[in-house]
Design a protein around this ligand. Structure first.
Ligand SMILES: Nc1ncnc2c1ncn2[C@@H]1O[C@H](COP(=O)(O)OP(=O)(O)OP(=O)(O)O)[C@@H](O)[C@H]1O
Ligand SMILES: [Mg+2]
Length: 129
């Protein structure tokens, strides 16, 4: 299990390296690994960019595969529907981060309120092809 604080840009890269080490022997294809790295990078970067660097990331490998949970105490996501549809117009980025993560993960759940956000994702383990 990996659990780490996400406060600054450096933490984003550190989180990706921790995850890379964690899944290196798992039954993930190269493209599944890339999907996981991109997803971790996007959700952690959102904490730095949009949630005052108030985040915490927990990742695990269990019978479901790779799971992550990224929680923060930021202001919440106001237009989650548009964000997930990829039609959100962002003032700070491309506005496609979370919509991509939704496509890259097998399951993505987001709980958000004005007290913070929790993003939970699963990538199932498959036999390497
Ligand atoms: N953890 C968060 N806390 C508060 N708001 C968030 C959080 N994550 C995302 N948001 C809001 O949702 C919007 C869309 O996020 P998304 O990651 O899809 O795009 P982006 O960060 O704007 O741009 P990029 O394409 O560079 O990721 C953000 O612009 C921000 O308003
Ligand atoms: Mg983003």
């Amino acid at each position: 299990m990996v659990s780490t604080r996400i406060a600054r840009e450096d933490d984003v890269y550190r989180a990706v390296s921790l995850v890379a080490y964690m899944i290196k022997d798992g039954a993930f294809s190269e493209s599944d690994k890339q999907s996981i790295f991109i997803s971790i990078m996007e959700v952690c970067r959102n904490v730095v960019d949009h949630a005052f660097g108030s985040g915490y990331l927990v990742c695990d490998l269990d019978e479901r595969g790779f799971t992550f949970q990224c929680t923060d105490k930021g202001p919440g996501i106001h237009d989650l529907g548009k964000v997930l549809a990829g039609s959100y117009e962002s003032s700070r980025g491309l506005g496609v981060g979370l919509a991509s993560v939704k496509r890259l993960m097998d399951d993505l759940r987001i709980y958000t309120s004005d007290e913070g956000t929790e993003v939970f994702g699963i990538k199932r383990e498959r036999r390497r092809r």
